[in-house]
Design a protein around this ligand. Structure first.
Ligand code: GRF
Length: 203
């Protein structure tokens, strides 16, 4: 499989994904073939350049060229990692069942447009939730609404701030996302025609 990672931020999930692929060595079921960001200065692009992996800045109003970019690099799977732009519908359709996203809360709660970054964790704390954690899901036409693949519980502490909770959720993402991506690119994980997810082992 040839994986593209789309990121707008520091790229810590991108780093975790690449570290996982390197650790798997010959047993890896994907090559990291492309990194795309809508932010010229994104840490994700810096990391990719350090690995001599194609790193492309795609300004947010040029989403139309995303499909051409993915074809040029023969991309078969996409992982969104803090990518803040909506994916053009033709790309969502073409990558149905082959594009994942990670959200820093337990969807369907605390999701949807505008719910990203520290404001997610602030909402979790304001709601008095006792558990949060990352959600990995397939990408659909609507923000944060695709079929859920995996989640991991992160207890909320009485002393938590959005930053401290966010840091623990991010650490959980760094384990859950590479694991989920490997399930997908190795062929274990599939999205059925009924919209149900198959092939994820129980934790
Ligand atoms: C993470 O919090 C992730 O849950 C969200 O965007 C952030 C990406 O952070 N989708 P990074 O750029 O991977 O460090």
């Amino acid at each position: 499989a040839r994986l593209a990672v789309l990121a707008s931020g520091s790229g810590s999930n991108l780093q975790a994904i690449r570290d996982d692929l390197v650790a798997r060595g010959a047993a890896a079921s994907a090559d990291l073939a492309l990194v795309v960001s809508d932010r010229r200065a994104a840490g994700a692009l810096e990391r990719a350049r350090g690995w001599t992996i194609p790193a492309v800045h795609l300004p947010k109003d040029e989403g139309a060229t995303l499909d051409r970019l993915l074809r040029e690099h023969a991309i078969t799977h996409i992982a969104l990692a803090g990518y803040l732009q909506l994916i053009p519908p033709d790309v969502v359709r073409r990558f149905h069942g082959r594009m994942l996203n990670v959200h820093p809360a337990l969807l369907p709660a605390f999701g949807g447009p505008g719910m990203y970054g520290a404001r997610v964790h602030a909402a979790v704390l304001a709601a008095g939730a006792r558990v949060s954690g990352p959600t990995v899901h397939f990408v659909s036409e609507h923000y944060d609404e695709g079929a859920i693949v995996a989640q991991w519980p992160v207890p909320v502490r009485s002393t938590d701030t959005p930053e401290s909770l966010g840091a623990r959720v991010l650490a959980a993402e760094h384990k859950l996302y590479p694991w989920s991506i490997h399930l997908l690119t190795s062929g274990s994980l599939t999205l059925g025609p009924d919209g149900r997810v198959h092939g994820v082992p129980d934790i």
